[in-house]
Design a protein around this ligand. Structure first.
Ligand SMILES: [Zn+2]
Length: 465
């Protein structure tokens, strides 16, 4: 395998060289270890292999020499917590050992839990999200201990087992174990990737999310549709309720909702101005003629990263099979998610939605909460961010693209912003990783570079001001 040579030896050339040589020499074993990790299913949504995976991760961290234990929270898979090293700085590494369900199985070229290497890529469910990044970091620490010396900082791993089902209990875990992690100086978040133009990416935040099911009910049972002349139709009722949430220009109309949204801070605008965003390639890839409202440039980016969403994820009512069936349904349901920004929290989103519907006479529309997460932000000037930028630049020989936040969501708020810990993320994925989809994969070269990048990051973060 061809491995990109190092461009910069900022200091400690010999150490960097022996670190990288060790990684190159151990590449086959490292990759075998990654395949073994991916062979173990660990699907949180299906409660499949979760305990077994927690044990494998615990065992691996113990072999590294880390003080490792499983810390349970009621109703949740245990969190693997481990500590190793000592120094003026403490780094929390957040990962998850669960993965998304592998379905639809027929679209996989090889079995999702039988890792396969083809054309320089390793295919398996969870290899990019996020077993690859999780293990690369552990193997980087092993390499450090073997080739440099003791760790120059304290690392604390928090590896949970229900990220893919919304990290429902992580807030509670942090509440119960806050003393363990609250003094950390920075957090390395779970994922990371190279973008479509092969630029390494760093993310500094996440949107929040609030997920609901909206339900309407009609007659006691489905009826002949001739009765639609006199019996209310819950499918129409739900449609009318939904239509009050957003207009045809994609503006969210929920009363008071947009009052909680602010312009991006100047530092974020500065980063966005430097962010290459491949609009044309994305449109081609998605096969759409234009983005919403025909937006482009800075306006498009601002909407993508700094505005909330209100998305109908699915609707169900009545008959949707082949041919026609004249039926008046007795119930209707929509799944709706809201990506949250600024000070829009799941609790606030719920209250605003309830009041908005009630005010319009839709107090019969039932809201079933499926959980949520607060938005979270990191200050771009935090030392952990600069250490990451420098590490990526040294590894990849080019300036990374820094996203001031990301359009996705995760439990960053309770573990990081809520404790005052700045978080940064980078990892071993790429734009073709098919995360959450069939044929998930990473490129072997990205994996090897990811381990080396972690070595650079440890050194720089330990030395940072
Ligand atoms: Zn995921």
């Amino acid at each position: 395998m061809w491995v990109r040579p190092y461009r910069h030896f900022v200091r400690g050339d010999v150490q960097v060289e022996s670190f990288n040589t060790y990684v190159d020499e151990q590449t086959d074993r490292f990759l075998e270890e990654l395949q073994a990790l991916c062979r173990q299913p660990s699907v949180a949504a299906q409660d499949w292999g979760i305990d077994e995976m927690a044990d494998i991760v615990t065992e691996r961290l113990r072999r590294l020499g880390a003080d490792t234990r499983l810390i349970a929270t009621e109703g949740a898979p245990p969190v693997v917590f481990a500590e190793l090293g000592d120094g003026p700085k403490t780094l929390v590494i957040y990962n998850h050992y669960d993965v998304q369900p592998p379905e639809p199985l027929e679209l996989w070229e090889t079995e999702p839990f039988e890792p396969a290497i083809r054309e320089g890529k390793l295919y398996a469910r969870g290899v990019s999200d996020n077993k690859g990044s999780m293990l690369a970091r552990i193997q980087a620490v092993e390499t450090w201990l073997e080739t440099v010396s003791d760790l120059p900082l304290k690392i604390q791993w928090v590896i949970e087992g229900e990220e893919e089902t919304g990290s429902v209990h992580l807030d509670q875990w942090v509440d119960e174990n806050r003393a363990l992690v609250e003094d950390a100086d920075g957090c390395l978040w779970e994922f990371g990737y190279k973008d479509i133009a092969e630029r390494p990416v760093i993310n500094l935040g996440l949107k929040g999310i609030y997920y609901v099911e909206l339900r309407t009910r009609g007659a006691s049972r489905d009826l002949h549709s001739s009765l639609a002349s006199i019996v209310p139709n819950p499918a129409w009722r739900l449609t009318w309720a939904l239509s009050t949430l957003k207009d045809a220009d994609d503006r969210i109309l929920i009363d008071g909702y947009m009052d909680h949204v602010a312009d991006p801070p100047p530092a974020a605008v500065e980063l966005m101005e430097k962010m290459p965003f491949e609009e044309e390639r994305l449109k081609e890839d998605f096969d759409i003629p234009a983005f919403i409202r025909d937006l482009s440039g800075m306006e498009l980016l601002k909407k993508h990263l700094y505005e909330p969403t209100c998305t109908i994820c699915g609707v169900e009512s009545g008959y949707t099979g082949q041919g026609s069936k004249t039926v008046l349904p007795n119930a209707a349901m929509a799944k709706v998610d809201f990506r949250l920004v600024h000070d829009l929290t799941p609790e606030l989103a719920h209250d605003l939605l309830r009041r908005h519907l009630d005010r319009r006479g839709f107090d019969d529309v039932e809201i079933i909460d499926w959980g949520g997460e607060h938005p979270s932000q990191t200050d771009p000037d935090a030392p952990v961010v600069q250490a990451a930028i420098d590490a990526l630049e040294a590894t990849y020989g080019q300036e990374p693209v820094v996203w001031p936040t990301s359009a996705g969501s995760g439990p960053m708020y309770p573990l990081c912003e809520g404790l005052g810990i700045p978080a940064v993320s980078f990892g071993v994925g790429y734009s073709g990783s098919n995360v959450h989809a069939p044929n998930e994969n990473i490129r072997l070269q990205d994996y090897v570079e990811g381990i080396k990048c972690m070595g650079e990051f440890i050194r720089r973060f330990a030395d940072s001001g």
